[in-house]
Design a protein around this ligand. Structure first.
Ligand code: ATP
Ligand code: MG
Length: 554
């Protein structure tokens, strides 16, 4: 995106002014995920914003793992997050950073606050501390340990660090104001005891810093100029600034908040996504139904379209819900322009062309894409028998049905017009085969007798095709706001979010389909090869039109 094309969002305006005023020479932003799950589409918004601002203003963006919470974090998530950021097309400045690599420095700053009389070790239990905290309308009460000497607090902190005390028995707190209107300023906890092994620091620490005591200081260490986070941190900003005022930091970063992304029909909290995975409602974090970046990638969403979507929704100072149809639009738009076309029959029904000699074959051609000469054309083998989709044939039908009907004509896409004569049934009365005739001289032209085909349907040759499995995905939730009210979000799960079709027939070229490349299966939707299956499996990325709206109307 160039700066002249669009009105600047509020963050771009701030940065532009800071650079013009010489407040900063270079912009440094950061994307700070906690490695406690896979990234979701909300994170994509934050990534596009932070990396995008750095890109726009010639600055840098760091990738920093906010790993201050050892019990919920894992290396698997660290690796997945790195892969997702790269796949979206962004490169972080220098090495990946970890909050945990600043633990020594943070500890020194905690000691500094104690020496300055601005922090103390408090022995209240979490329950007692809560009672002392007061409410939004009532001032809190000072902890009885608030006036403990700096020496004693320093000694206790050191012993907390070394593991001499049990979890929950002590905490280090800032000494600010127990009657402050902002609850976050009522002597917030800086360190709590956690006897947990950490994925980066092992068993070195028995205390871990709270997010608030860590984040701004990490920003300062890294020289972050604009620390951009979501609105729920607005109430934490006074505390962020308090640390900046009261610590000898190497820089003075500033925090700015923007509205987080919420999407209809989608849940985004990692806690809930983890539950979907752990309780096997989906097949892992990268299940194509998940709103994770890994899930979208496996489903066939492109990085370009996710970035485009993030651009479309913009950046505001208030929260809102974006219609998921907008995301789907961005995906369709990209795939429509770029996906090569192919024919695939999802539920095959054999059509015997009685006037086309058995054993005779010919090779027809079809364009790779209707508007893209740069995509290679396809060779289509044609013969005595073809498969069409079960849904594309009826013995009799009304005018609205523009497919194959007995006594009526249809065009086989990129091939002949055919006319159906009879349906062959098994003992159970199911149609197992259709007998039809080709109309001569109808390649690329209408029938000479003037009786036009009713429609166009896709097909593949019986003698030359490839077989595969198709996963038809639909939305994971049936409710626009899953779990709204007092409902459990599991009650909103769509029981039909996955339909597996095993016997699909497609053009042979699909055997060479590359993972990560989208195809339009004509009249069916956009599909991509599944990255995890050994046999040939295609995932439906998205239907051609919004099938959801149609279902909802019924
Ligand atoms: P969740 O609640 O889903 O676990 P989180 O905010 O706890 O999300 P983090 O890993 O801490 O997840 O977030 C990393 C960054 O991504 C943060 O700066 C956060 O504000 C941002 N972020 C998370 N969710 C969204 C969202 N829905 N929209 C925009 N930014 C988001
Ligand atoms: Mg979090």
């Amino acid at each position: 995106m160039s700066l002249d094309e669009k009105p600047l969002n509020f963050l771009e305006q701030i940065i532009k002014k800071d650079l013009a005023d010489g407040v900063h020479q270079k912009v440094i932003t950061r994307f700070p995920p906690e490695p406690n799950g896979y990234l979701h589409i909300g994170h994509a918004k934050s990534i596009c914003l932070n990396f995008g601002l750095a890109e726009t203003f010639g600055g840098e963006c760091n990738l920093r793992f906010d790993d201050t919470n050892p019990e919920k974090e894992e290396m698997e998530y660290v690796e997945a997050i790195k892969e997702d950021v790269r796949w979206l097309g962004f490169q972080w400045a220098g090495d990946v950073r970890y909050a945990s690599s600043y633990f020594d420095t943070l500890y020194g700053w905690a000691q500094h606050l104690i020496k300055e009389g601005k922090a103390y070790v408090c022995d209240l239990t979490p329950d007692e501390a809560r009672k002392h905290r007061g409410t939004l309308t009532e001032a809190g009460k000072n902890s009885p340990f608030r006036e403990r000497s700096a020496e004693e607090s320093l000694d206790l902190l050191e012993r907390m660090k070394n593991g001499e005390f049990d979890e929950g028995t002590k905490a280090l707190r800032a000494k600010i104001d127990m009657s402050h209107g902002n609850m976050n300023m009522r002597d917030p906890i800086l360190y709590r005891i956690r006897k947990q092994t950490h994925h980066q620091t092992g068993d070195k620490w028995c205390i871990y810093p709270m997010y608030d005591f860590a984040h701004g200081q990490e920003d300062a260490i890294e020289g972050v100029t604009h620390s951009i986070c979501t609105l729920e941190f607005a109430d934490h900003r006074p505390l962020y600034e308090w640390f900046i005022e009261n610590l000898p930091l190497p820089a003075k970063p500033r925090q700015y908040e923007f509205g987080r992304l919420n999407l209809s029909y989608t849940v985004m909290s990692k806690r809930i996504l983890k539950r979907l995975v752990d309780e096997n409602h989906v097949n892992g974090w990268d299940d194509p139904r998940m709103p994770t970046i890994a899930g979208y990638r496996r489903r066939g969403y492109t990085a370009t379209s996710l970035r485009k979507f993030c651009d479309m929704i913009g950046v505001t100072k208030s929260d809102g819900v974006v219609d998921v149809a907008m995301l789907e639009h961005a995906i369709r738009d990209d795939l429509d322009k770029n996906a090569p076309r192919a024919m695939c029959v999802l539920r095959p029904l054999k059509v015997v062309l009685t006037n086309y000699e058995a054993g005779k074959t010919e090779t027809l051609t079809a364009p790779g894409h209707p508007n893209r000469d740069d995509l290679p054309s396809r060779a289509l083998p044609f013969g005595h028998e073809v498969y069409i989709d079960v849904e594309d044939f009826r013995e009799e039908s009304n005018k609205k049905y523009k497919r194959l009907v007995i006594g009526k004509r249809v065009r086989l896409r990129n091939a002949y017009v055919i006319e159906a004569d009879k349906a062959i049934k098994n003992d159970a009365g199911d149609i197992i085969e259709v007998h039809a005739r080709i109309i001569e001289n109808t390649l690329g032209q209408n029938p000479e007798d003037g009786i036009k085909p009713k429609g166009v349907i896709q097909w593949v040759a019986v003698h030359d095709h490839t077989e595969f499995t198709v996963n038809l995905y639909d939305r994971l939730f049936t409710d626009a706001a899953p779990g709204a009210g007092n409902k459990d979000f599991l009650d909103s799960l769509n029981p039909d979010s996955l339909t597996v079709l095993d016997n699909c027939k497609g053009e042979k070229g699909l055997l060479d389909a590359r993972v990560g490349k989208g195809y339009q299966f004509e009249r069916e939707g956009y599909f991509c090869r599944d990255s995890k299956s050994e046999s040939l499996v295609f995932n439906r990325t998205i239907s051609l039109r919004d099938s959801w709206a149609k279902i909802a109307d019924k």
